[in-house]
Design a protein around this ligand. Structure first.
Ligand code: GRF
Length: 201
C-alpha cells in the first residue's frame, strides 16, 4: 500500500513506521513525507531512508484550504492510499478530509475523548488522571474526534513530568501505530457509525 506521512516535528512515529516496514510488519511503503515545518527532523529521517521529503510553507497560502489543496494534489499525484498523520500540528480542512475520507489516520497522546487538541500529555498530567494513554483514530472534520481504531493505556506516576510521561507514551505509540496501519492495510477495520470493528482472521 502507498502511504504518505505528514509530520511537523521530531518524527519518532515516522521512524517507528519506517522500521516496521523494514521488518515487514507493515505491507506498505512510505512514498512521501510532507512537513509544514522547514527544519522538522522528520524530513531528515525521510532523507536518510531515501524517501521523498517535501516542505510546504503554510505562510505562502491565504488560508488552510489553499494549503491543503496543494498537499491533496501531491498525494493524488502519488496515488496515496493512506495518509498517516504523525505529529502533524495542523487541523485538516473539510476539503482535505472529504478527498481522503476514511483514509486518514492520526495518533494522539491521550485516551480520547479525554484531552484532545494541543498539549494532551500536559493536560492529562495537570488534570491528575492516574491513567493516560494513546489513541489511533480515523480523522474527520473535528479536532481528534474520528472513530477510534486502537487505544492503549499508560500509567501516570507520582513523580512524572510532562517529559517522562510523554516518553512512556511514545514507547506505546511506536508499537500501536504500526499495528493500526497494518490492520488498515489488511482491511480488518469496519466502521459501524462511530465504532470501528476489528474483523478477525
Ligand atoms: C506524538 O506524541 C503524537 O501522539 C502527537 O505528536 C507527537 C509526535 O511525536 N500527535 P513524533 O514527532 O512522532 O516524535
Amino acid at each position: 500500500m502507498r502511504l504518505a506521512v505528514l509530520a511537523s516535528g521530531y518524527g519518532s512515529n515516522l521512524q517507528a513506521i519506517i522500521d516496521a516496514i523494514e521488518r515487514e510488519e507493515i505491507a506498505g511503503q512510505v512514498q512521501v513525507v510532507i512537513s509544514d515545518v522547514e527544519d522538522a527532523y522528520a524530513l531528515e529521517r525521510a532523507k536518510k531512508h531515501g524517501i521523498e521529503n517535501l516542505y510546504i510553507n503554510p505562510r505562502e497560502y491565504k488560508d488552510r484550504e489553499a494549503f491543503d489543496r496543494v498537499i491533496v494534489a501531491l498525494l493524488l499525484e502519488r496515488q496515496i492510499e493512506l495518509v498517516v498523520l504523525a505529529g502533524f500540528m495542523r487541523l485538516l480542512s473539510p476539503f482535505f478530509v472529504r478527498k481522503f475520507r476514511g483514509k486518514i489516520i492520526n495518533i494522539h497522546p491521550s485516551l480520547l475523548p479525554a484531552f484532545p487538541g494541543l498539549n494532551g500529555v500536559q493536560k492529562a498530567l495537570s488534570y491528575g488522571v492516574r491513567v493516560s494513554g494513546v489513541t489511533v483514530h480515523f480523522v474527520d472534520e473535528g479536532l481528534d474526534t474520528g472513530p477510534i481504531i486502537l487505544q492503549d493505556s499508560v500509567p501516570v506516576l507520582d513523580d512524572d513530568t510532562e517529559h517522562t510521561l510523554h516518553e512512556r507514551i511514545h514507547r506505546v505509540e511506536h508499537r500501536l501505530y504500526p499495528r493500526a496501519i497494518q490492520l488498515f492495510i489488511e482491511q480488518k477495520l469496519r466502521l459501524e457509525g462511530r465504532r470501528c470493528i476489528h474483523i478477525e482472521g
